[in-house]
Design a protein around this ligand. Structure first.
Ligand code: 3AT
Ligand code: MN
Ligand code: MN
Length: 553
C-alpha cells in the first residue's frame, strides 16, 4: 500500500503488521507521553486554528493594501491573495502546550519585504481583537527576517516570502521546485522550513506512528540534554528526519516499534554515511548557483561527522554543527536508549525510564568549564549571550582536539542569572564568574529551546530598585549573565588542565564582533570542580557531588 518514495532510498526492511503486544506498547507510550504533559488540550489546539485563520485574513488584507498603494485597480487588488503556511513542530503535528507556531506568509511578486515590515505590524494590531497581540518584535535584519509576537498568548514566529506569481490562491503548494524560480536568498530561506516539513510528511509511510514516535524521541533527547542545534546537537528537524528514516524502513510498524528500531539502527549507524529520506537532487529550477550538500564536491560537507540531509531542494546538512564530543555523547545516549527499550519490550521496564533526566551535573564530570557572558544592560545581554552561545561549539572543538581530553561535553542550554551589585568592584566580580549578589526567585534555566524565559520577576526587581533608589538603597548595578557548562573527560593518567592558550584564543575570537561593546559586556571562562557547581543547576531531589573526604590525589 506504500509508494516507493515512502520506503526511502533503499526500500523497506519489513512490512510485517504489528502484533497485539506491539500495539499495547504503543498505547503505553502514548499514556506516558500524556503523563509527561506532551499533548495540549483540544481547547488550546482550537485556539491555534482560530489564530491561523485570523492571520490568513490579515495577510489577505495586507496584500490588498499594498496593491492599492501600488496603483492596482480595486478588482485586481482583491484578487492578488496571500497564503499562510506553517513549519516547525506545529506543521509536523508534534507540538506541546508551550510550542510556538512557526508561520510563513507567501505573497505575490508585487509585495516587497519592506512593505511587510512597514505595514504588517500595524495591520496586525488593528485587525486582531484588541489587546490580543503582545510582545510584537520585528527583526528585519535577521538571516531570515522575521516578525515575532504573541497572539492570544500563543507565540508566533512569522516569516515572509514573495514568489514570482501575480496572484496567489488557497491551492498554492510549495512542494514544486518551480516556486523557487527567480527568488532572492531571503525568500529562498524563508520557504525552506515549510518545504522541508512538507516533504518529510510526504516521505513517511504513516503520519500517526511517525508523530507519536517523534514525540517520544524529542522528549527523550530534551531530557537527556542532546537537543540543541546551536550547541552542536541535532535540532527538531534533524530528529524528525532520523525518525522519518526509520519509519520508511518499517512502514507498518507502531510507534513503539519505531522507537525500538530507532535506537537499534541509530546506535549502530556507520557515520559519516548520511541519513537521506530521498536521493539528493543536484539541479534545481533556478539558473543561479544554489549550494546543495555534496561531500564529493565541497570539502566542508565532507567534514560533517553526522550528516542528516534535508529532502527539499536545495538539500542541506541539518547537523552541520555536530562536533566529535557531541557525536560521542549522542552515541552513548543511543546505547542507553537501546538498553532501555529492550527492557521495555521484555516487560522489565517502562517508558518512564527512557525519559529520565540527564545526570550531566549530578554524576557527570570531575571538572567543568564555565563560559560566562555578562552585561550590565538587558538588551545588550540578549545580543551578547546570543553571540557567545553561537561560539560555544568552537570552544568545544578546540578542547576536544587537545591531547589531554577525551571529551568536551557541552550542556545543551545556558543558565540565565541576574545579579544586583552595589559597586563597580562587585559588578567586576560577577563578570569574572562570581555567583554572588544573585537576585532570588528568577527562573534560571532557559527551559525552552530557542525561547526567551519568562522573566517578569526581573522587571519587578528592576522597578523595585528604581522606586527605592533615592530613599535608602545605595546605587546599584544589575548584571545579567548567561552561563554555559562544558564537562571535561580527561585522558587517562592526565591530571593537568592546561587550557589557557586555547581559551584566550577563543575569547579573542568571540570578542571580534562588530556589535561587541566592551563598556557593557564581558566574557569569562573558568574551571570548576563538580562539588563547587552552583546550587541552581540542580533540581529538587538531586544531590550535588560531594567533596572528597581526602584531598584529591
Ligand atoms: P517547538 O515545539 O517550537 O519547541 P520546533 O521544532 O518548532 O519546536 P522552533 O520553533 O525553535 O522548534 O524551530 C522551528 C524551525 O525554525 C526549525 C528551524 O528550521 C527554524 N529555526 C529555528 N531557529 C532558527 C534559527 N536560529 N535560525 C534559523 N532557523 C531557525
Ligand atoms: Mn516551533
Ligand atoms: Mn519558532
Amino acid at each position: 500500500p506504500f509508494s516507493d518514495k515512502k520506503q526511502g532510498v533503499t526500500g523497506s526492511i519489513s512490512k510485517t503488521p504489528p502484533t497485539e503486544s506491539e500495539r499495547k506498547q504503543g498505547d503505553a507510550l502514548i499514556a506516558e507521553l500524556r503523563l509527561q504533559n506532551n499533548y495540549e488540550s483540544a481547547e488550546d489546539t482550537s485556539k491555534r486554528t482560530v489564530v491561523l485563520q485570523s492571520l490568513q485574513k490579515i495577510a489577505e488584507e495586507f496584500v490588498r493594501q499594498v496593491s492599492r498603494a501600488n496603483g492596482d485597480p480595486e478588482a485586481i487588488a482583491k484578487k492578488r491573495g496571500a497564503k499562510i503556511f506553517t513549519y516547525g513542530s506545529f506543521r509536523l503535528g508534534v507540538y506541546g502546550p508551550g510550542s510556538d507556531i512557526d508561520t510563513l506568509v507567501v505573497v505575490p511578486r508585487n509585495v516587497k519585504r519592506s512593505d511587510y515590515f512597514t505595514r504588517f505590524p500595524d495591520l496586525l494590531l488593528k485587525m486582531a481583537p484588541a489587546g490580543s497581540i503582545t510582545d510584537l518584535t520585528p527583526v528585519p535584519d535577521a538571516y531570515v527576517p522575521i516578525i515575532k509576537f504573541a497572539y492570544s498568548s500563543i507565540e508566533i514566529d512569522l516569516i515572509f516570502s514573495h514568489i514570482e506569481r501575480e496572484q496567489i490562491d488557497g491551492t498554492l503548494s510549495l512542494l514544486q521546485d518551480q516556486v523557487l524560480k527567480g527568488l532572492d536568498d531571503k525568500s529562498l530561506r524563508a520557504l525552506n522550513g515549510t518545504r522541508v516539513t512538507d516533504e518529510i510528511l510526504e516521505l513517511v509511510p504513516q503520519a500517526g506512528p511517525f508523530r507519536t514516535a517523534l514525540r517520544g524521541i524529542k522528549l527523550w533527547a530534551q531530557r537527556r540534554a542532546i537537543y540543541a542545534n546551536i550547541i552542536g546537537f541535532p535540532g527538531g528537524v534533524a530528529w524528525a528526519m532520523m525518525v522519518a528514516r526509520v519509519c520508511q524502513l518499517y512502514p507498518m510498524a507502531t510507534s513503539a516499534v519505531i522507537i525500538a528500531k530507532f535506537f537499534k539502527i541509530m546506535s549502530s549507524w556507520q557515520w559519516p554515511q548520511p541519513i537521506l529520506l530521498k536521493h539528493v537532487q543536484q539541479e534545481g529550477p533556478t539558473s543561479d548557483q544554489v549550494k546543495v550538500w555534496n561531500p564529493q564536491h565541497y570539502p566542508g560537507d565532507a567534514k560533517h561527522l553526522m550528516p542528516i540531509i534535508t529532502p527539499a531542494y536545495p538539500s542541506m546538512c541539518a547537523t552541520h554543527n555536530v562536533n566529535h564530543s557531541n557525536l560521542e555523547v549522542i552515541h552513548r545516549e543511543l546505547q542507553r536508549g537501546q538498553g532501555i527499550v529492550e527492557q521495555i519490550f521484555a516487560e522489565k521496564g517502562s517508558w518512564k525510564d527512557l525519559f529520565a533526566r540527564h545526570t550531566f551535573f549530578t554524576d557527570g564530570y570531575k571538572y567543568y568549564i564555565t563560559v560566562i557572558s555578562a552585561s550590565t544592560d538587558k538588551e545588550e545581554q540578549k545580543k551578547w549571550s546570543g553571540r557567545v552561545e553561537s561560539q560555544v561549539r568552537f570552544l568545544v572543538q578546540k578542547l576536544e582536539n587537545l591531547e589531554s581530553f577525551n571529551l568536551a561535553h557541552p550542556f545543551n542550554k545556558g543558565f540565565r542569572r541576574v545579579h544586583k551589585c552595589t559597586s563597580d568592584d562587585e559588578a567586576e566580580e560577577i563578570k569574572t564568574g562570581s555567583l554572588n549578589y544573585l537576585v532570588k526567585d528568577v527562573p534560571t534555566e532557559i527551559t525552552e529551546i530557542n525561547q526567551e524565559p519568562v522573566d517578569e520577576s526581573i522587571v519587578v526587581a528592576e522597578n523595585a530598585t528604581e522606586d527605592k533608589k533615592d530613599v535608602e538603597d545605595p546605587p546599584c548595578t544589575i548584571v545579567y549573565t548567561d552561563t554555559y557548562y562544558i564537562g571535561l573527560e580527561l585522558q587517562e593518567g592526565n591530571k593537568r588542565l592546561d587550557l589557557k592558550d586555547v581559551v584566550d584564543f577563543w575569547k579573542r575570537r568571540v570578542a571580534t564582533w562588530e556589535l561587541y561593546n566592551a563598556e557593557l559586556s564581558a566574557l569569562s571562562v573558568q574551571t570548576v570542580r563538580n562539588f563547587d557547581l552552583p546550587d541552581d543547576v540542580f533540581q529538587e531531589g538531586e544531590a550535588k557531588p560531594a567533596k572528597p573526604a581526602k584531598p584529591a590525589k
